[in-house]
Design a protein around this ligand. Sequence first.
Ligand code: KG4
Length: 341
Amino acid sequence: MAYGLGIESSCDETSIAIVRDGRELLSLKVYSQIDSHSPYRGVVPEIASRAHLEKINSLLSVAMEEAGIEFSDLNYVAVTSFPGLVGSLMIGAQLARCISLVYGIPIVAVNHLEAHLAVIGLERELPPFPWLGLLLSGGNSSIYIYKGFGDLQIFADTQDDSLGEAFDKVSAVLDLPYPGGPYLEAKANAYSPIPGEKNPFPKLLKEDGEDLIRFSYSGLKTAVLYYKRENAKSLPIEKIAYYFQKTAFELVTRNLGKAISKTGIRTVVAAGGVLANGTLRDCLEKEKERSRFDLFYPSKKIYCTDNGAMVACLGYHLWKQKSFVGLDFKVSPKRNFEQII
Ligand code: KG4
């Protein structure tokens, strides 16, 4: 039996989890900093680091108590080491170093993006590699080729805004609270389109052929802004939210279909904060029927946003591979960072 601690502090969630055998969640504590950042409509790095420092020790105590284990029972300490805000990553890294030093427990340094994909292991047997990893979050609109633990390669990326960023910026344009995703989703769900009605927003990247797979959402954000100006007298917020989602998600499913044909990989794992969106999940399910692939994503929404459980879960597989790092391991803002073990 292996007990693993997962520490996540890469952005605006401070989180600690304890997992048994990479499969069974014993405790998960998440402190969301949203209230501290929302006045600025985005994550302020300095505020994020300070909040991690203030909260992380108490989360650790509560999680250990709930799991009912001692530090000496831990087999590994997994911590997000990249990508993320450096000042924030350092808080989690330092906690991992302390625990490792005091209790002689190996440290496993985890790629945050890979952890978002591997977290499905907490809900089911992992499908065989390779996978296509579809990551849609506040910082990513990307498709990865995931060949095995520690082997994640970028396949398609965004040219500008990520999908989560587009949700957040469009919600700002519509004077909805931050972060915009859940608010825009609620508005979109409240709209019933009139049969035959035209989408006011243009199809994204419609000139791209089968071989070009990329994301771009800044044009859609601008289209919403212009539409708002033209309809300022009586702004149809629900309609805008509905067609914003429809347009944005069409690009996701189109790119996914192209990626499957191009790579021949028919196992898709989708993850990231935007996967909390029910309409996106429905669109992916429909694309799965159309393009015939196996689709997995976390059923629990808490596993979609940043959390320590995903770190502990991936950490287990890396620990089994003996992918440990020394106390002098580095953190990095870069997603193609490689730890020297
Ligand atoms: O993965 P995540 O928690 O962290 C970062 O990447 O920072 O993703 C956060 C993003 C935000 O942009 C937020 O607006 C978006 O996920 N999000 C959603 C929903 N819930 C969160 N987007 C669309 N629909 C949602 N229900």
